[in-house]
Design a protein around this ligand. Structure first.
Ligand code: ASP
Ligand code: MG
Length: 419
């Protein structure tokens, strides 16, 4: 017997028919004698709809009431899944975020989980009752409802898995695992049997939308075994225990598995970055701090930063990237700070894309970055900015060249599947 947390995303929960398929998968897992908790998202599109209602009601809505509204999507699907499971003859019960409860801080709309009360839940699961838990939801110390930020159900699932000490957390999505790159861009992309937590963290943060970044960080910290697999499988498909999806593993597990590893594990593209250039910034101590301190205060995440070589007049250009969603706030702040910073022009550019190659293999191998630069140069793709970490190299390019760049790099690093 094992204890398994299963998580189903919005596409898998969209409508009665699909919920019935989900219920079949859950039933199959429970029939193996496992204790099962299921974490569900709202039906695809429902959270967006609820967010819009809040915006229409008042553009400056109270985030605490926004949470009351948007948490409703998951309440609906958890109840519906419990009903459907019961119709299949299973013993099932829903547990809303406030009923367990899942304790969070009071950062409404992006709350963080502190702890989860599991005594009653575990007692119920121990009697063979399937627990159905709405993702995304939490409760503050003052008993106000919170939500965990968009895509937060993944984090709910991992947090529940950690709290009940699950043997595995299976995340069912509309893809059947993690690929070397987006299969819609590269037809010869390969599904990975395993990726390390670190790699998954980098891939999630640079635009591979399989898992919420925060959930991967939590899984890594808590040592939760996570598998990503497809919810669109028929009844004859291999069961989840045979690990048909992508397993997220530690570095050591990966080495022990002795699977043939490429230097690069995956390539991600992110079109949601914006580039800002400030021209003729005074080239003196403190100038850069004047730019980035107010952005940090406003919680704007700056990613790539370049300061060009100072020109003769003691001036320099500074270029950096931030999420496109923050661009308006960012330019607003910098325009207000114009005198303090002393720049000449502010040039925003949203027609950029960030391409990242990720792999633990690069810790011990040189030449990964130069392969990237020369492969792009061969196709005359211009690099506008570069950033690196121990296991990632990212470049900023023209958005129109995204697909070409991803294909070229996929081939250059030997990732194309054999045909
Ligand atoms: N329903 C929420 C959202 O769309 C949470 C989730 O599905 O992960 O962001
Ligand atoms: Mg999701």
């Amino acid at each position: 017997m094992a204890r398994i947390v299963m998580k189903f995303g919005g596409t898998s929960m969209a409508g009665t028919e699909r919920i019935r398929r989900v219920a079949q998968l859950v039933k199959r897992q429970a029939e193996r004698g496992d204790e099962v908790a299921v974490v569900v998202s709202a039906m695809a599109g429902d959270t967006d709809r609820l967010v819009n209602f809040c915006r229409e009601a008042n553009a400056l809505y109270d985030p605490a009431e926004y949470d009351v509204v948007v948490a409703a999507g998951e309440q609906i699907t958890s109840g519906l899944l419990a009903i459907t499971l019961q119709a299949l003859g299973c013993n099932a019960r829903s547990w809303l975020g406030w009923q367990m409860p899942i304790h969070t801080d009071d950062a409404h709309a992006k709350a963080r989980i502190g702890s989860i009360d599991t005594d009653e839940l575990l007692a119920s699961m121990g009697t063979g009752c399937i627990a159905v838990i709405p993702g995304f939801q939490g409760l503050t110390d003052n008993n106000r409802v919170t939500t965990l930020g968009r895509g937060g159900s993944d984090t709910s699932a991992v947090a529940v898995a950690a709290a009940v000490k699950a043997d595995r957390c299976d995340i069912y999505t509309d893809v059947d695992g993690v690929y070397t790159t987006d299969p819609r861009i590269v037809a010869r992309a390969r599904k990975l049997k395993a990726v390390t937590y670190e790699e998954m963290l980098e891939l999630a943060s640079v635009g591979s939308k399989v898992l919420q970044t925060r959930s991967v960080g939590l899984a890594m910290k808590e040592g939760v075994r996570v598998q990503v697999l497809s919810s669109f499988i028929d009844e004859n498909a291999p069961d989840a225990d045979s690990i048909p999806g992508t397993m997220i593993v530690t570095d050591e597990e990966l080495e022990n598995a002795q699977v043939e590893r490429q230097l690069i594990t995956g390539i991600a593209a992110d079109k949601n970055e914006a580039k800002i250039t400030l021209t003729r910034v005074p080239d003196r101590p403190g100038a850069v701090a004047h730019i980035f301190a107010p952005l940090a205060d406003a919680n704007i995440n700056v990613d790539m930063i370049i300061q060009n070589v100072g020109r003769d007049k003691g001036e320099t250009d500074v270029t950096f990237t931030c999420p496109q969603a923050d661009l308006a706030r960012c330019t607003d702040i910098l325009e207000n700070q114009r005198d303090a910073i002393g720049y000449n022009r502010l040039i925003p550019d949203t027609k950029v894309a960030k391409i990242s190659v990720v792999g633990v293999g690069m810790k011990s191998h040189a030449g990964v970055a130069s392969t990237m630069f020369s492969s792009l140069a061969d196709r005359k793709i211009n690099i506008q900015a570069i950033s690196t970490s121990e296991i990632k190299v990212s470049v900023l390019i023209d958005e129109d060249e995204t697909e070409l760049a991803v294909r070229v790099l996929h081939t250059a690093y030997g990732l194309d599947a054999d045909r």
